[in-house]
Design a protein around this ligand. Structure first.
Ligand SMILES: Cc1cc2nc3c(=O)[nH]c(=O)nc-3n(C[C@H](O)[C@H](O)[C@H](O)COP(=O)(O)OP(=O)(O)OC[C@H]3O[C@@H](n4cnc5c(N)ncnc54)[C@H](O)[C@@H]3O)c2cc1C
Length: 363
């Protein structure tokens, strides 16, 4: 039996009950339907870079998504269709080598393309929702394959309707990219602009953007590489908390704050009517994104920190990543994550939320 420690980038987790790898769309659909017809629990696994499974493992059916392939549609807006099990970074490399912009800042994110919409992957000023057009989806409720438009997926900051509980399998994704003569989208992240030696908003050759992102990521242990102990992680372990403007005002003045628009309230409109723009939020109703890394550091937890006797640690290159320094157990990872949550909550009153999907573990 294969252990999740061999299937996930954090290298923790016990046995994967009944593991089936599906290398084609047809296999994916048939296997998922078989699993759903059985009374046993089931789960979907891509590259295992955003899941943390308990030391007891998962005693059910595990469907590993491994259908691959990238196709460029001809004519019109440049579109590419990617099978769900394709490596995400291979998709970015494909786009860059074809002179297509829109995902170059997402270079180096580990895992599969099909997992991208689950948490709306994002980095260095781009997120998947900027370019995602649609997904092909096998729906658990209906058992049918259909196409869901990106607007139906409720994509937000590191979240989607799929992450929030809509069950099924992403079979493929379709992206709408831009043909900008080999140039990138405007650089939208200060650290990336500075690494490239340009102003925010400048366009640079696509390959230069990709190389700069990969170099920045490597310097933070954010390119998964077993030779770099600081990258043996599930990426950022916590999301940046989103709080009310009033709450954010009570934090120390130097705490980074990024204003975000509030979620528009649900409105009921007669069928066929035009959808009016949402009303501007009143002062005090804006939501503010905080920096989880700042909160952790200012709660007194430094890079490289670990609890006594534990092989789980905070990365020495990136405060947000919890790493496995060798033989860490999932319990040790959860203990460290819980400790970080408690320290930040007692210092600032904010409960950090884990970014990876936890299986058999609670925080
Ligand atoms: C070093 C490192 C750096 C990272 N940096 C970033 C970053 O910059 N930005 C970012 O957003 N993320 C980052 N991540 C997190 C991770 O790479 C992404 O979330 C990635 O999309 C997960 O892909 P995966 O195939 O490994 O998914 P998995 O970890 O295998 O699965 C994640 C979740 O998606 C579900 N899932 C996977 N595939 C499918 C499918 N086809 N259909 C339905 N459900 C599915 C799984 O059931 C699970 O709930 C990083 C991770 C690591 C290890």
């Amino acid at each position: 039996m294969t252990d999740f420690r061999d299937l996930t980038t954090l290298r923790v987790g016990g046995p994967a009950g009944h593991l089936v790898e599906a290398a084609s769309r047809e296999d994916l659909v048939a296997t998922a339907r078989d699993f759903w017809a059985s009374p046993d629990d089931w789960m979907i696994l891509g590259g295992g870079s955003n899941v943390v499974v308990a030391d007891d493992g998962f005693d059910g059916n595990v469907l590993r998504v491994a259908n691959r392939g990238v196709d460029r549609a001809t004519g019109g807006v440049p579109r590419i269709r990617v099978e769900a099990g394709e490596s995400w970074d291979a998709v970015v490399a494909f786009a860059v080598s074809h002179g297509l912009s829109g995902i170059e800042a997402l270079s180096g994110i580990p895992g599969t393309a099909g997992a991208g919409p689950i948490q709306n992957i994002g980095a260095y000023g781009q997120q998947l929702s900027d370019t995602l057009l649609a997904i092909d989806f096998l729906d658990f409720e209906s058992g049918e394959v259909g196409t869901l438009q990106a607007a139906e997926l409720g994509l937000g900051y590191r979240s989607s309707a799929l992450k929030r509980g809509r069950l099924g399998v992403v079979l493929s994704i379709e992206l709408g990219l831009h043909d900008a003569d080999g140039m990138s989208e405007p650089v939208a992240y200060a650290q990336l602009a500075s690494a490239l030696g340009v102003e925010l908003g400048a366009r640079v050759p696509l390959a230069a953007a990709r190389d700069a992102v990969l170099a920045l990521r490597a310097s933070k242990g954010m390119v998964w590489d077993p030779a770099d102990p600081d990258s043996v992680s599930a990426g950022s372990f916590f999301t940046n908390p989103i709080v009310s403007e009033g709450f954010a005002r009570r934090l120390p003045p130097d705490a980074p704050r990024f204003p975000t628009e509030p979620e528009p309230a649900a409105r009921v409109l007669p069928l066929g009517s035009e959808i009016p723009a949402p009303p501007a939020p009143a002062s005090g109703q804006y939501l503010v994104k905080l920096s989880a890394a700042w909160l952790i550091e200012h709660a007194g937890i430094t890079r490289g920190f670990s609890l006594p006797g534990s092989a789980a640690a905070i990365s020495s290159k990136h405060t947000l990543a919890i790493i496995n320094r060798g033989e860490a157990s999932a319990a040790e990872v959860a203990q460290l994550a819980g400790y970080v949550q408690t320290r930040v909550e007692s210092e600032f009153g904010v409960r950090l939320q884990p970014e990876p999907v936890l299986v058999g573990l609670e925080l």
